[in-house]
Design a protein around this ligand. Structure first.
Ligand code: IVH
Length: 707
């Protein structure tokens, strides 16, 4: 899908499932599998969700609906059969003796009624037979499984992907709510107690305050901080975090102490666990729904995040008979709460520049408590979003927090708009460096064109500058660039080459820095010196001009030959009516978008200065101009089959050096096909189109004189 089509798909209502053609359904299932997997990774592995729970649930629901309508198209990697994400590296893996399941969701009362009706049908219960449920708050944390053998806590694991989790026993031992030994009566020989690790709002606020004081990154919400705290490789760090645990279930058990969910909860409590005090036994649907309403009203005052109610069939023999479908039990469901909302005032709209130059608007809010957590910022996504919602500074807005990384602005309360308010004007200049900020067709984001001269992007660009396919300076990676930047030793590429001359002047010599030493410093300077002679195309690529990748850099280098010729031609090309401009656009492989990006880059005085500074330090090798007198200059050639005298890469480089264009497929535009043994469809195609075909020797004879 093109960017524009994607943007469109994201904003338009999806096609009704019943209107999808099988091909559309298959394509959408593929897209959903990929997207949901990405969200799962962000959530489970990085503990940093990319979307709200509601948005995530919507994706899963859509996936399930399409699968129900097109059962034949269910993919092997369907997200509906996957729970969570694979265990992260660093912890030992634990295969769960019984899978740690997930829950199906219900969003409406009708869906809860249907959940009960399904149970009745499955068990063939008469209407007169009541189906008692246990209703428990659905804690927004992360689940853990605690194995007790003869009453002693021996192994604790995260859920992981539901089948295999991580051994976080030492970390779980630091949680006061988790007893090291069970006390009381009826303790089975083996029992895995399951429940939720979570963090209270007040502890979360305290942790973040400490993080801020230490200059460390803040946690986005209590759930992320619970996950981050539990998954510390060093359990002494976990011990400093106020984690808590509610027990609500079990995995493997040599025997169960009771015959209902309700009684087991009470047993768990009697053995020393904390069971949520709000859990209730509900005799029927009406009681369950009443519980839901009451809990929703209390939600903001609980002191910890919950995102719904879990209903579980009380009778364990029924649970047993009901069993599970793919990833979730038939005997339980999660009745979700809508996202928590609040009103507050937008004090200021600020635009942040990301490492790649994207301008992201952020609303600074008058701090407000949403569901117990203080919120002072919200994302506004992009320019169109602000315009669509007409969000202005001074406006009162409705914000929503749904376990998201940062909350979203839902809408403006127009009655509360101050008089004389003005629509927000999105900046067209980068707030960091003052360069033009442009929006390319079909793109939602406005982007700073400053690149290397923009402080927000410089580190990223410098990293690119020294990367493998650019200057390839060994020993100069992201970490080193960041350090040199912080010490204000490297601010633009040429600074890298003057580093040795300046070493020891502003700061102690690099050799004396922490983690360095004589040898590393010497090696670094040698690696830098080794790159003072550079091929023109590598230099062009290193500049990180938008849309100028390695191939375009090569085209430019080959067309203009030297850096001076390139600069001169592109200066002249700034005039759109010039011959130089026409020449730039005539280069095959350079379209108007790429040309515009190149010209824009060079139109910026500071970029030219940066190149001038580099010129002083470098010896830029001229690119071999295409030999226009070679017999293959300007010809399009295709290699197919096996080459015996040289590698494909070498043959390609040689052909290009002679001015030929090497294409990957045969078309009417192809001039010569070089076919080695094993050539197949391309050879057939060439013959069909009447294209000249030669073998490797024939090709070498053809270029021999010129090569
Ligand atoms: S029962 C066998 N009970 O919700 C069913 N889960 O969306 C599995 N959760 O993985 C869990 N509070 O992390 C259950 N009272 C509760 C819960 C609860 C929170 C979490 C748990 C589970 C997830 C499923």
């Amino acid at each position: 899908m093109s960017r524009r089509a994607k943007a469109k798909a994201a904003t338009e209502a999806p096609t009704a499932v019943t209107d999808l053609t099988p091909a559309q359904a298959a394509a959408e299932l593929a897209r959903l599998a990929k997207e949901i997997a990405a969200h799962d990774r962000a959530y489970f592995e990085k503990a940093a969700p990319l979307v709200s729970d509601a948005a995530y649930d919507a994706l899963k629901a859509r996936n399930a609906a399409i699968e129900a309508a097109f059962p034949a198209l269910v993919r092997a990697d369907t997200p509906s059969r996957r729970v969570g994400a694979p265990a992260a590296q660093g912890f030992a893996k634990v295969a769960h003796r019984r899978p740690m399941l997930s829950l199906d969701n219900a969003f409406t009362d009708e869906e809860v009624a249907e959940f009960i009706a399904r149970i009745r049908r499955f068990l063939a219960l008469p209407e007169s037979e009541p189906v008692a449920l246990v209703a428990e708050p659905k804690i927004d944390g992360l689940s853990a499984s605690l194995r007790y053998e003869k009453g002693t806590f021996v192994l604790g694991a995260t859920r992981g992907d539901g089948a295999v989790g991580e051994d976080v026993t030492p970390n779980l031992r630091t949680i006061a709510d988790i007893p090291a030994r069970l006390e009381g009566r009826g303790i089975p020989d083996v029992i895995e107690v399951r429940g939720e690790v979570y963090m209270r709002h007040d502890d979360f606020a305290e942790l973040n305050a400490a993080q801020a004081k230490a200059g460390k990154p803040l946690f986005a919400n209590p759930r992320n901080s619970a996950a981050g705290s539990l998954r510390q490789l060093d359990a002494t760090i976990t011990a400093t975090r106020q984690l808590r645990f509610f027990a609500y279930g079990w995995g493997e058990a040599s025997a169960l102490p009771a015959s209902t969910q309700w009684e087991v909860l009470q047993k768990l409590e009697s053995w020393g666990f904390v069971v949520n005090p709000r859990a209730r036994r509900c005799a029927d649907l009406a009681a369950a729904l009443a519980f839901y309403r009451a809990l929703e009203a209390e939600r903001a005052d609980l002191g910890y995040d919950i995102d719904g109610v879990v209903y579980k069939v009380d009778r364990l023999d029924w649970q047993e008979r009901l069993g599970m479908v793919s990833r979730a039990p038939r005997w339980a469901t999660a009745h979700k709460f809508p996202a928590e909302k609040a009103q507050t005032v937008v004090e200021k709209i600020d635009v942040q520049v990301g490492r790649s130059g994207t301008l992201t608007p952020v609303a600074h809010l008058k701090p407000v408590t949403v569901g117990g957590v203080v919120v002072s910022r919200a994302t506004l996504h992009n320019e169109d979003e602000i315009e669509r919602k007409d969000v202005r500074e001074g406006d009162t807005v409705v914000i929503q927090r749904a376990g998201d990384v940062i909350p979203q602005v839902l809408s403006v309360v127009s009655e509360k708009r101050p008089k004389r308010s003005k629509p927000y004007a999105f900046p067209t200049k980068c707030p960091e460096c003052g360069s033009h900020a442009v929006r390319e067709e079909g793109e939602a984001a406005r982007r700073c064109t400053g690149g290397l001269i923009c402080p927000a992007q410089a580190i990223e660009r410098l990293r690119h500058f020294v990367s493998r396919d650019a200057f390839d300076v060994e020993g100069l990676g992201e970490k080193q660039i960041e350090l040199l930047w912080e010490k204000e030793l490297v601010r633009e590429p040429s600074d890298i080459f003057t580093l040795r001359a300046r070493d020891g002047k502003k700061h102690p010599p690099i050799a004396e820095w922490d983690g360095w030493g004589e040898t590393s410093a010497r090696n670094l300077f040698a690696a830098i010196d080794a790159r003072r002679a550079i091929a023109l195309d590598h230099l062009i690529y290193a500049l990180g001009i938008r849309h100028v990748g390695q191939a375009t850099a090569r085209l430019l280098a080959r067309t203009y030959g030297t850096l001076d010729a390139l600069l001169e031609a592109l200066t002249a090309a700034q005039d759109e009516s010039s011959a130089a401009h026409a020449e730039l656009l005539a280069i095959e492989g350079i379209g108007p978008k790429v040309a515009a990006a190149i010209l824009e880059f060079l139109a910026e005085r500071r970029n030219r200065a940066l190149i001038e500074h580099l010129k002083r330090e470098l010896e830029v090798a001229a690119a071999a101009k295409p030999a226009t007198d070679s017999p293959v200059a300007g010809k399009t050639v295709v290699f197919t089959g096996t080459l015996e005298k040289m590698t494909r890469a070498e043959a390609k480089a040689r052909a290009e050096a002679l001015g030929a264009k090497v294409a990957g497929s045969v078309s009417a535009k192809t001039d010569i096909v070089i076919a080695g043994p094993g050539a197949g469809s391309k050879l057939k195609q060439a013959t069909a189109l009447g294209v000249t075909v030669v073998d490797e020797d024939g090709w070498l004879r053809l270029i021999g004189g010129a090569g």
